[in-house]
Design a protein around this ligand. Structure first.
Ligand code: ADP
Length: 643
């Protein structure tokens, strides 16, 4: 190493002064430039010569005047040897130059009198602009509405916090000013901070770190449970730092615990109800069974009336218990879905059969339409599908004083092994007020219709439907028809299909119970019936089976009709005004040759023992009793060899 004594200090300091990247200037006590090094000229854009014509105050930014006056006084009084401040100046082009200025005062060696200042300027404009952009971006980010409830804290790659929003203040208990400049470890702990910085600086797995940071330390020492997201702060394509976005999970945690507790209680309640209903059902069966037996014994009129009331009440009670049992069984997760061959059309017709008599009682027209694309055979739970349909249909009938009910089945989607069907049950009834629709599927909810008695039903039907439909991977909802009064209840359900089963009934004509699309040549059927509703029911059913119908109102018209047209079958009502069914049958036999004679099916409400024989003896070929089901008609046509 060279000996320092051999170096000329003046030459050395001259070299440093001339070549230093830092601007060094000698400034007189009245702020004039005495001497500047080349770096000062570079920073401010003036030549050495030009500097001599103005003072340092002349190029200072107007807003920064007097920034350091306090420090200057202390310097003069000898309290401090030097100070640093950040100042803005205007360069020769009028642009702002940010500088960090170090100021010291040179005094006379003998009397200590101040002689001049030495100012050292570092140009920090670039850093300052980047910092300003950073702040601007942070402010923009933290003011985003969606983060209103989250604490956002920005920090550099060195872990020093830059800024935070008001939620950060609230969550940590620190003022933003207290956070700025301190290490992020203050909030997330040393271990997590070390992991975080390591990950951020080495582009490691940020998601892991996000998960690790599950607490923020509050100023008062307690921990706030948080969910953390990290987002990079990118300025001019460079990652300058990160945002830590912390969501306070305290409330959510509380809610989750409460929800779990509620679910447990609910399950316990359902278990209890399921057990109770089961226990009550057994003795109820005894009560109802014995009432039936009692009804078969010799009773006087008064006794009969009382026993019938007992029976009716027993039936109602049993229905309620069954509903509760069903509901609580599903609730407690004890209901399993069966997988068995399910013929959609057959399930529909069976269900219709069950409700048809009630619909007929109220003179309601029922129509069904099954889209040809609906596969005939799927795999699913027959009982549960029937239960949902039965419930919705019964409600439709219950809440429809007059008009019609329609059932439409369509395929919503079909993938490899699954078909999703939609069932829509529409009625023209009293409808559901808009504000009550959302509660319809709640257990025990009954709309307070002023027209209906509130006591009818349990209010569990729709809640059960909802649970069953959900079991079948579907949804249920209510729609109010736009153009008319009434309700439409829709539900979807998914069923498994084997590839060979997935064909629609277009290519499956031989299947039982299909309402439509039979490829058999259609029959010409005459319906002789005076009751309008029965006419419609019969007509629709026969047409669903793919045959053509003609309607007449009484026996006389039937006799006339068969003379004009060779019908294959007549569905003949027995009781009709004018000429009744029996008389008409007799006339037809008398007037037509055997070959041309249609088959005659008696349609009657008198399903008493011996009726069948009587009608057959009177020349009829078959008989069907009301309420008529589509299956019964189908069976009759089959029996007559006419399907
Ligand atoms: P329940 O019929 O046993 O009372 P539900 O759960 O089946 O119970 O139905 C709940 C309520 O929803 C009914 O009481 C009735 O107020 C209303 N509701 C259901 N279906 C219909 C409908 N088709 N038209 C009008 N209101 C209906």
């Amino acid at each position: 190493m060279q000996n320092l004594e051999t170096i000329d200090p003046q030459a050395l300091f001259g070299h440093i002064y001339t070549n230093a990247p830092i601007g060094i200037a000698l400034i007189s006590l009245d702020r004039k430039w005495i001497h500047v090094n080349p770096a000062v000229c570079r920073i401010f854009g003036y030549t050495e010569e030009e500097f001599m014509h103005f003072t340092i105050e002349d190029i200072r930014h107007p807003d920064d005047g007097g920034n350091a006056s306090g420090l200057l006084t202390e310097l003069w009084e000898g309290v401090i040897p030097s100070f640093e401040s950040e100042n803005r100046y205007l360069n020769k082009d009028g642009d702002i130059v940010w500088t960090s200025v170090h100021v010291s005062l040179v005094r006379d060696e003998n009397d200590g009198k101040p002689l001049y200042y030495i100012c050292q300027f570092i140009d920090v404009t670039k850093n300052k602009l980047a910092e300003m952009k950073l702040q601007e971006s942070i402010e923009r980010y933290t003011s985003l509405k969606k983060y209103n409830h989250d604490a956002i804290i920005s920090f550099g790659l060195d872990g020093v916090m830059i800024n935070g929003n008001s939620m950060a203040q609230q969550m940590t208990g620190y003022l933003i000013e207290e956070l700025i400049g301190s290490q992020i470890s203050k909030l997330i702990g040393d271990k997590n901070a070390a992991r975080l910085l390591l990950a951020l600086n080495h582009h490691a797995d940020i998601e892991r770190v996000e998960k690790d940071i599950s607490f923020i330390r509050h100023k008062d020492g307690h921990s706030v449970e948080v969910l953390v997201t990290l987002a990079p702060i990118i300025i001019q394509n460079q990652t300058m730092g990160f945002y830590i976005i912390a969501k306070d999970m305290t409330e959510q945690k509380k809610l989750i615990i409460e929800k779990e507790a509620a679910e447990k209680t609910n399950k316990a309640k359902s278990d209890f109800l399921a057990m109770m209903s089961h226990e009550i059902r057994t003795p109820m069966n005894g009560v109802i069974g014995m009432t039936d037996v009692l009804l078969e014994t010799k009773l006087d009129e008064e006794q009969m009336e009382y026993v019938q009331i007992i029976k009716k009440s027993g039936d109602t009670l049993l229905a309620i218990i069954n509903d509760i049992l069903d509901f609580s069984k599903i609730e407690s997760g004890k209901t399993e879905l069966m997988e068995e061959p399910l013929n959609v059309r057959a399930v529909l017709s069976e269900t219709l059969y069950l409700v048809m008599s009630k619909a007929l009682e109220k003179n309601l027209e029922i129509t069904t339409s099954v889209d040809p694309k609906v596969p005939n055979l799927v795999q699913g739970d027959v009982t549960k599908l029937r239960q949902v349909l039965l419930n919705l249909l019964s409600n439709a009938i219950k809440f429809t004083p007059n008009g019609a009910i329609s059932i439409v089945v369509e395929t919503v989607s079909q993938e490899m092994n699954t078909v999703r069907l939609q069932f829509a049950i529409r009625d023209t009834g009293i409808g559901v007020p808009k504000d009550q629709v959302s509660q319809l599927f709640e257990p025990f909810y009954q709309v307070d219709h002023f027209m209906t008695r509130k006591t009818e039903g349990t209010g569990l039907g729709l809640a059960i439907c909802k649970k069953l439909v959900e079991l079948m991977d579907g949804q249920i909802w209510h729609e109010a028809p736009e153009d008319q009064t009434g309700s439409t209840f829709l539900f979807t359900a998914s069923f498994r299909v084997q590839s060979s089963d997935s064909e629609s009934c277009d290519s499956w004509p031989e299947l039982d119970g299909s309402f439509e699309n039979s490829t058999e040549p259609s029959l010409k059927i005459l319906i002789a019936e005076d009751n309008e509703v029965n006419q419609v029911v019969l007509k629709k059913m026969i047409e669903k089976l793919g045959h053509k119908t003609t309607l007449v109102q009484n026996g006389q018209e039937a006799v006339e009709a068969v003379k004009r047209y060779p019908y294959d079958i007549i569905f003949m009502d027995i009781q009709m005004p004018g000429m009744d069914g029996l008389e008409a049958t007799k006339r037809i036999h008398e007037t037509l040759a055997d070959k041309k004679k249609p088959c005659i099916v008696a349609v009657t409400a008198h399903a008493m023992k011996g009726d069948c024989e009587k009608y057959l003896a009177e020349g009829m070929d078959a008989y069907v009793s009301k309420p008529i089901s589509i299956d019964a008609i189908s069976a009759i046509l089959e029996g007559l060899g006419r399907t």
